[in-house]
Write a protein that binds this ligand. Structure first.
Ligand SMILES: NC(=O)c1ccc[n+]([C@@H]2O[C@H](COP(=O)([O-])OP(=O)(O)OC[C@H]3O[C@@H](n4cnc5c(N)ncnc54)[C@H](O)[C@@H]3O)[C@@H](O)[C@H]2O)c1
Length: 415
């Protein structure tokens, strides 16, 4: 078996942490139990480009429990948990991922996954799909699954241009994914990354959240819960208004730049914090990004403006400005929750990855009729995931009485 990981001797540590994550992934466990019986993925080759974490390890094992043959590489050079990678390899699942791998190695690893000629690919940021539309057009999978907002935006653009070569399921768009993973997962884990790299007290500080989508809302809510004064920067008037009605201050990026103690970018956009903002930031301001790519903070310009740079703590770098101010950047401007902490908690990845597994089943069940489009999973699968998760949390779900059901039917029909 071919693989490329940092250190196989980390397998036991990885195994313990994978088991800990599994305890908090009951929905995935119930799918796994079903797949062990029904084996829906018998002989199906999966190529996955995802954050190599303990939660992803549990997804890989779920697919394998259904008969799938899985190969995994990283979707970000800084997010790989080397012990999780080692545990998977020791368990017979090929992994190509080394934490802090350079760009050349990162792309070699993507190619290694595609060399297995996958029937179904899984992306977190559309990297495999991009290669399948450029360098590897000799391969045409039955379908692909996309985990994140940024990837889905690219795929929808490819669909609109008529360029998409095979069907893709936008797993991100399932309600039981983005309403929970993006909001509660990113909200909590982005602050976890900030806390681990700085050990700062959030209470009483001004936290500027740039982008008030699902992720930004989560970061704002959690910062608020920790006692921060929250400022939101948005370009979409509806979302900006919604932030204002949540009680947050809404400002332009330039206004916010001079008041923020901590900045968290979550827009999926480029250079939302740039020179004009760096110029007015307070001494000691801390800058973090939780959006998919490391482009949201213009680090090239910040490097040029700085007279010196110094690594202060793991994932915390100081940029000294010529006027004596010091700005601090977390995790090189990469996803702070994955690069400086452990990514989303297993409890929330449980739902995201249940959607991934259900999407794979859905592609196989519908392969004859799927076109080269971006699909959303049917609503009944969302309902199934939500009901299973609610039951695992011990929540009771009210059911319509027969009288209520017929009342609603006749109301809808106008009878
Ligand atoms: N850190 C993680 O683990 C994680 C998890 C899920 C998604 N993501 C990524 O986070 C990013 C945001 O995801 P989302 O689901 O919240 O997306 P979203 O589309 O719901 O929200 C993004 C928001 O940013 C706003 N925006 C865009 N440009 C802006 C600018 N210049 N200034 C201010 N606001 C701007 C948009 O109007 C939008 O409201 C994406 O890149 C996504 O892939 C990261």
């Amino acid at each position: 078996m071919d693989y490329d990981i940092a250190d196989i001797s980390l397998a036991d540590d990885g195994e313990q942490r994978i088991a800990w994550a599994a305890r908090r992934m009951p929905v995935l466990a119930s799918l796994r139990a079903r797949y062990e019986q029904s084996r829906p993925f018998e002989g199906v080759r999966f190529g996955a480009c995802m954050h190599v974490t303990t939660e992803t390890a549990n997804l890989m094992r779920t697919l394998r429990a259904g008969g799938g043959e899985v190969t995994l590489c990283a979707s970000n050079p800084l997010s790989t948990q080397d012990d999780a990678a080692a545990a998977l390899v020791a368990d017979g699942i090929p992994v190509f991922a080394v934490r802090r791998e350079d760009t050349e190695t990162y792309y070699r690893h993507l190619q290694a996954v595609l060399d297995t000629r996958p029937d179904i690919t899984m992306d977190d940021g559309a990297d495999l799909v991009t290669l399948l539309h450029t360098e590897r057009t000799e391969l045409t999978p039955l379908g692909s699954m996309e985990e994140t907002t940024t990837g889905v935006i690219r795929l929808r653009a490819m669909e609109a241009e008529g360029a998409l070569r095979f069907p893709v399921v936008a797993v991100n768009d399932s309600d039981t994914k983005h309403l929970f993973d993006n909001r509660h997962g990113t909200g909590q884990s982005a602050l976890d990354g900030v806390l681990r790299s700085t050990n700062m007290l959030i209470a009483g500080r001004t936290v500027v959240v740039v982008g008030f989508g699902d992720c930004g809302q989560g970061v704002a809510d959690r910062s608020d819960g920790l006692g921060a004064k929250v400022v939101v920067v948005e370009v979409d008037p509806v979302r900006a208004l919604s932030a204002a009605m949540e009680g947050y201050q809404v400002m332009t990026a330039l206004e916010a730049a001079s008041v923020g103690d901590l900045f968290v970018t979550v827009t999926g956009n480029i250079h939302v914090l740039r020179e004009e903002h760096f110029e007015v930031m307070k001494d000691g301001a801390i800058l973090a990004n939780a959006g998919h790519f490391d482009v949201e903070i213009d680090l090239d310009t910040l490097s040029k403006l700085a007279v010196s740079r110094k690594q202060i703590r793991p994932a915390l770098e100081e940029f000294a400005m010529d006027d004596g101010r010091r700005l601090f950047v977390l995790a090189e401007g990469r996803l702070v929750n994955l690069a400086a902490a452990e990514g989303h908690p297993a409890d929330v990845m449980d739902m995201s990855f249940a959607n991934q597994a259900l999407a794979a089943e859905w592609i196989l069940d519908n392969k004859a009729k799927l076109e080269s489009k971006v699909y959303r999973l049917p609503a009944d699968l969302d309902q199934e995931v939500a009901a299973l998760k609610l039951a695992a949390l011990g929540g009771g779900l009210e059911l319509l009485t027969p009288e209520q059901e017929s009342y609603m039917v006749s109301w809808r029909q106008g009878t």
